[in-house]
Design a protein around this ligand. Structure first.
Ligand code: ADP
Ligand code: MG
Length: 363
């Protein structure tokens, strides 16, 4: 998939523009505070309907303006398409090929993978950061998972309401509980499969790019314990048992102690947990390898490369790692958007970012 064009209005500090992009590497260079992350964010936002910086749309609107929007034309294996979002403080409109659609239909149309400095949180942050990440990544190429997560979250809310009111005698509660187990188990089953596949790719990428003497592993830590070899009906059974076991606790505190909203994903480098034992440089390399593995997973599921957006490559890695990464990307048939404070000697379409103005630079 390739983004051919992007335009935006009142997006952060960016001056309204219409930009043609190269299907290869696009490089956005500028000093700090000029709008590099904003242009990367605009591309990610138009593609996914989400920002990688904030969950609040209101922060994106240029100061002292009332509405904002962006529009992209892109290409997949089949044809040229367009996506756009228009929003103000009250309303968001999602448009695909000039027709209004729901956010649920918008998400997943154009696949992108982003890599931003804050992604280090995927290693050092709380489990909720990793759950959010894996949920959106699996959802990106798997509509069923996206649906199951949404159903599950609704049921979790309902279940917590029942637990809070201690009203478990209601017939509806038992119907909801069955559904809760059903969707929860489907989520667990998909997470097992996804982690198994991505873990192999993760290790391959890490060794290829950063250190061929280390072994990188990703482990799915499910609230049910070791369920890797279980069939769906066995997961459901264990889930039910866990609900029975936690009955007193859940009634006492009035919310759910069980369910995949308690899961975590743990990285191990040479069998040591990366969060506690890996160096800063290793952590960054792990996250980058994870993003490359994600590209591979999307390619596998969708049979097309997603667009890769890398924010602030220059400040994130040392020279050797940077060169390895650039060489690796140049060899792949993938569209890449890189922002950086310095230029690289590569074959790329170059843009200068200055005071929010993004300008094509003829080299
Ligand atoms: N909603 C907004 N409206 C206008 N300016 C904004 C908005 N949000 C952030 N900014 C400003 O945009 C500028 C550029 O930010 P950013 O894209 O992060 O720069 P860079 O990545 O080049 O360092 C910053 O000075 C920031 O304060
Ligand atoms: Mg930045």
């Amino acid at each position: 998939m390739k983004i051919l064009k992007i335009s935006y209005i009142n997006f952060r500090n960016l001056k309204d523009k219409n930009i043609n992009l190269s299907p290869g590497i696009n490089l956005f260079v500028g000093k700090n505070g000029q709008g590099k992350t904003s242009i990367a964010e605009a591309m990610y936002f138009a593609a996914t309907g989400k920002s990688f910086r904030t969950s609040k749309y209101s922060e994106i609107i240029k100061y002292n303006r009332l509405k904002s929007g962006c529009y992209i034309e892109y290409q997949d294996n089949l044809s040229d398409k367009s996506l756009s979002i228009k929003f103000n403080l009250e309303k968001k409109i999602y448009i695909y090929n000039k027709k209004n659609i729901s956010y649920e239909d918008y998400y997943g149309k154009l696949n992108v993978v982003s890599f931003i400095p804050e992604d280090i949180e995927l290693i050092v942050g709380s489990p909720s950061v990793r759950r959010r990440f894996f949920n959106s990544e699996i959802s990106q190429s798997n509509e069923n998972y996206f649906y199951n997560i949404r159903q599950y979250n609704k049921l979790l809310k309902l279940r917590n309401k029942y637990l809070k009111s201690r009203n478990l005698k209601d017939d509806m509660y038992h119907i909801y509980e069955q559904e809760f187990i059903k969707y929860g188990s489907l989520i667990i089953q998909k997470r097992v499969e996804y982690v198994k596949n991505i873990s192999i790719l993760l290790n391959l990428n890490y060794r290829k790019l950063f250190d061929d003497k280390k072994e990188l592993n990703l482990n799915y830590s499910c609230f049910l314990g070791d369920i890797k070899k279980l069939e769906l009906h066995e997961i459901q059974k264990k889930f039910k048992e866990s609900i029975i076991k936690n009955y007193n606790r859940e009634m006492k505190y009035g919310y759910s102690f069980v369910g995949p909203q308690k899961d975590d994903f743990v990285f191990f480098l040479n069998e040591k947990e990366a969060k506690s034992f890996s160096s800063q440089g290793e952590k960054k390399s792990i996250v980058f390898s994870l993003k490359l593995a994600e590209l591979d997973m999307i390619l596998k599921e969708k049979r097309e490369n997603p667009v890769f957006i890398i924010d602030d490559l220059s400040s994130y890695f040392d020279k050797i790692r940077k060169d390895n990464i650039i060489n690796f990307l140049v060899r792949r048939n993938i569209q890449v958007m890189i922002t950086s404070t310095e230029k690289f000697k590569i074959n790329s379409k170059n843009f200068n970012v200055c005071e929010g103005d993004v300008c094509y630079e003829d080299n």
